[in-house]
Design a protein around this ligand. Structure first.
Ligand SMILES: N[C@@H](CCC(=O)N[C@@H](CS)C(=O)NCC(=O)O)C(=O)O
Length: 216
């Protein structure tokens, strides 16, 4: 008998948010286990015993522990193929993965909690300069994302008319960008895809304000 999946995550973590979206899109139920990143719970014994990288998300499934949001989402997509989060053709899959990785590999690592903390605590960067760093790399990455979308055929979501892995990555990034007051003007296709996603119940259920550990 298959056990209930457990998602170790944090309401504000964008990598966790990606996985929550994928789970909701696929209609998969899971146990929500909160790891309070701001209190450093990811480094404490209980979580460190589970997670080699001390990062969220971590998905426990059938006695296995899966890390890295993109790997988790692709695992879910392979195990539960409907609705598909990657196109059926190889070219389409490469394009969707490129969009997703533009966010997950280019923007997110530079603006991660531990990177921002290192800037402030070790390099003694002032809070405003740290926020400037965040805004710079986020805006720069989103402009690149918009340039990737521009030549694609018109579509409701990032790629095509059903949500894909790219949308799972985009929505949390825009949520964070809004928190840090990043200028989102002049990104028409990016923001149209974001708005279209947020009209869907799956994205609404996965959003931070709907999480059990949400704090305003
Ligand atoms: N590439 C990883 C990134 C995971 C990650 O950086 N998670 C952040 C939250 S979004 C985290 O756990 N940060 C804890 C810390 O920085 O100490 C993924 O996609 O899962």
């Amino acid at each position: 008998m298959l056990s209930l999946m457990k998602l170790h995550n944090y309401f504000r973590s964008s990598a966790s948010y990606r996985v929550r979206i994928a789970l909701e899109l696929k209609g998969l139920s899971y146990e929500y286990i909160a790891v309070h990143l701001a209190r450093g719970e990811q480094k404490k014994d209980a979580y460190a015993a589970l997670s080699a990288d001390r990062l969220v998300p971590l998905l426990e499934v059938d006695g296995e522990k899966l890390s890295q949001s993109m790997a988790i989402i692709e695992y879910l997509d392979e195990q539960h193929p409907t609705p598909a989060l990657l196109p059926a053709d190889a070219l389409g899959r490469a394009k969707v993965r490129a969009l997703a990785q533009s966010i997950a590999c280019e923007i997110h690592p530079l603006n991660n909690l531990r990177v921002l903390k290192y800037l402030v605590h070790e390099l003694k960067v002032a809070d405003e300069a740290k926020n400037g760093w965040y805004r710079h790399w986020c805006r720069n990455g989103l402009e690149a994302f918009e340039r990737q979308l521009a030549p694609l055929p018109a579509s409701i979501y990032c790629y095509g008319n059903t949500p894909t892995l790219a949308d799972c990555c985009l929505v949390p990034q825009i949520y964070n960008a809004q928190r840090f007051d990043v200028n989102l003007d002049g990104l028409p296709r990016t923001m149209a895809a974001f708005e279209a996603c947020m009209a869907l119940p799956a994205f609404q259920k996965a959003q931070p304000s709907a999480c059990p550990d949400f704090e305003a």
